[in-house]
Design a binder for this molecule. Structure first.
Ligand code: WTA
Length: 659
């Protein structure tokens, strides 16, 4: 990574905000930005109090803004009550927004369906009533394993309405991953679809749920509610399985939103950490909602006339904050897309921006990099071939965007008239943390620029002391904010240890390395723990290692990452088999088998790009695997470091052969 970081840091182009976006912006000009930052610094409680009153509809007002008595288990607006779904839907009913389009859904094969706020409210209420009729109640946990659809948004909103805590599992995860999450949350309800359709192919979802539940441990699941997407064949367990349309049928289009304590968990979303077991990141209703709404207003400077399109899946936090909750709370019209950017051709995104007159487009660097390549080989689908004149803001999320990709995006998609917003945040932060503001912040390609008002970001050393400008360190947040993670489900100790280590003075430790330049701009340098970011998807090295060693042929495995021109990082696995060292076709066959195995254990996104076999792994005399050497080998470079502490230096040559 080091050469890449250096090239990022010599980046010295600066792009001033466009005048048309400065005028009338929610945060207009750097002075307005700084004034808000000052307001937050001088009296954080008064700042958040003002925003929570101005932006949220409370069923019972709170009296205390922040309770720090059990820090780091912070409580926000603790004695207040509200309902998230009422804040996203009911709030708009007696306003002109009621008849506005809430969702423009485009299916994989290009069919378009729209739903107004009023109609969405009715569908959410009907489904919530259906869930109630099935006996599901506040506080239960539901696994949602669905394709991108209006129904997925309905399912999440219906849960929020009843106070059923949802845990969405990305449709690309395997039945094993699904089962582990269902067990950990103690799910009583699973909401899924018969199949999902992506790139012209139907992929079963219900069958994966059946498989997961058959693995055991999920006996608490009373119902599996199934959205009929394709009508493909499914197995049916009478009494347990219910069609989503049957659950909603004949239900009233009104359902009283449950008044929930501000700190009632809204959702649990699993994400990878440094150990083998993914963490169930728990978010609280009021704080998350406030941060989702505020960041939509601030970062995207949202306007009533916007057509907002976030291309993420609801299986990731980006889909939670910037599809299901934030844009609806802001009353925006948004595009929801079922398919993939390369089907039926690589112009799909640009064609959809043109068709739906998208004004704010928010996607991942991996998509931009792969579409850059695709546009070169298929010039007829180059963004220049489409009318993208509706765009006013383009954003990036999930991984570092290198200056080359940034410039391509800025020039070819934004046509040098839309700011590129490089938004840094995490599942744990609930919403944007460090990001440019379209009406204020001068941009530097490759930098996520400056923290939002109320966010006290810093780069610190191991003792929590801030390091000087231009020096690398740990990215930390010095004060709590409403959208922050509340705990790790079932594991408060791990929450404390992972995010608030005692040596860091109570700061939130993000797990990323960063530097600030002389203007105070932040430059993210990637993870400092054993997390790999492949195409914006977080995966733990230990998770992949555990999956590999679970295979009967594998004795030992070590996983590292390597920079990749398209996916940002790629997974390289070093494997010691129980049998003798394989060669030639035999090795290729076993490598393929192990890749498929990892796909089955975790999901296709976790498949190692390279598998290298060896008779052993490079270890110190005390038996510790030397990952730093493996990272060098993974990149195809020669090891020049001192290997004198290695028990078995010859192993490095053997491990250099890719499969
Ligand atoms: C990385 C996704 C650089 C980072 C919203 C972080 C980024 C992890 C950026 C969180 C960015 C996210 N620049 N790196 N703009 N945004 N990351 O939880 O390493 O899936 O810690 O949340 O992605 O990934 P997560």
């Amino acid at each position: 990574m080091s050469t890449e970081i250096e090239s990022v840091l010599i980046e010295n182009r600066v792009f001033q905000p466009f005048q048309n976006l400065v005028e009338g912006a929610a945060i207009s000009g750097m002075q307005a930005y700084e004034a808000l930052c000052d307001e937050a610094r001088k009296s954080p409680d008064a700042f958040w109090d003002r925003l929570a009153r101005e932006n949220l509809v409370w069923q019972k007002p709170y009296t205390k803004v922040l309770d720090e008595s059990e820090a780091p288990f912070y409580r926000w607006f603790g004695d207040g009550q509200l309902n998230v779904s009422a804040n996203c839907l009911d709030k708009h009913l007696n306003t002109p927004t009621a008849n506005k389009t809430a969702l423009i859904f485009e299916s994989d094969d290009g069919k378009v369906m729209t739903v107004t706020y009023k109609a969405l409210h009715a569908r959410v209420c009907e489904f919530a009533n259906g869930l109630k009729a099935l006996g599901h109640k506040t506080g239960e946990r539901a696994i949602i394993y669905m394709p991108m659809s209006i129904e997925a948004v309905v399912a999440m909103q219906a849960c929020a309405r009843l106070g059923i805590i949802h845990s969405v599992v990305f449709g690309g995860f395997s039945s094993k991953s699904l089962q582990e999450r269902a067990v950990d949350v103690g799910a009583t309800l699973v909401i899924t679809a018969d199949e999902q359709v992506r790139g012209g192919k139907a992929i079963p979802l219900k069958a994966a749920v059946d498989e997961a539940l058959a693995m055991g441990g999920c006996e608490a699941v009373r119902h599996v509610v199934v959205y009929k997407r394709t009508g493909g064949a499914v197995q049916w367990q009478e009494g347990r399985d219910v069609w989503m349309h049957d659950a909603s049928a004949n239900q009233p289009a009104e359902c009283e939103p449950v008044a929930l304590d501000a700190e009632h968990p809204l959702f649990i979303l699993y994400t990878s950490g440094s150990t083998g077991k993914p963490k169930g990141v728990q978010h609280a209703a009021a704080g998350f909602l406030l941060w989702a709404l505020l960041t939509v207003k601030w970062t995207f400077d949202s306007k009533d006339s916007d057509v907002f399109w976030c291309t993420a899946d609801v299986g990731w936090v980006t889909g939670h904050t910037y599809i299901t909750y934030g844009p609806l709370a802001a009353g925006l019209t948004q595009v929801v897309f079922e398919g993939i950017p390369t089907y039926p051709n690589v112009g799909r995104f640009w064609e959809m921006i043109q068709r739906h007159k998208v004004t704010v487009f928010y996607t991942a660097p991996t998509a931009i990099r792969s579409l850059t390549k695709a546009a070169e080989s298929a010039p007829e689908y180059h963004p220049r071939e489409y009318d993208l004149g509706s765009l006013r803001i383009i954003g990036s999320v999930g991984e570092p965007i290198n200056p080359e990709a940034w410039m391509w995006y800025y020039t070819n998609v934004g046509r040098e008239r839309c700011p590129v917003l490089d938004t840094w945040w995490q599942t744990e932060t609930g919403g944007h943390m460090i990001t440019p503001l379209p009406g204020a912040t001068p941009l530097k390609p490759g930098s996520c620029t400056l923290p939002l008002p109320g966010i006290e970001a810093a780069v610190v050393d191991e003792s929590g002391a801030e390091v000087g400008r231009g020096k690398g360190g740990f990215l930390a947040i010095k004060r709590p904010w409403p959208g922050m993670i509340r705990t790790i489900w079932n594991d408060p100790e791990r929450f404390k240890k992972s995010y608030f280590p005692p040596e860091l003075k109570g700061y939130y430790l993000a797990g990323d390395g960063a530097q600030r330049d002389t203007d105070g701009y932040f430059w993210i340098m990637g993870r400092i723990d054993d997390v790999i970011n492949v195409s914006g998807h977080r995966l733990g090295t230990m998770e992949v290692e555990s999956a590999l060693v679970a295979h009967e042929t594998v004795a030992e495995a070590a996983v590292v990452s390597r920079p990749d021109a398209t996916t940002g990082e790629a997974i390289v696995a070093f494997v010691v088999l129980k049998q003798t060292l394989p060669a030639g076709e035999d090795a290729d066959r076993i490598a393929k088998m192990l890749r498929d195995w990892v796909a089955k254990e975790i999901g296709p996104i976790a498949k190692p790009k390279d598998i290298r076999f060896g008779e052993n792994l490079p270890k110190t005399r005390s038996g510790k695997i030397m990952r730093r050497l493996l990272r060098v080998v993974a990149k195809g470079e020669t090891v020049t470091q001192d290997v004198s502490t290695l028990e078995n230096p010859a192993i490095l040559d053997q491990l250099s052969q890719a499969h």
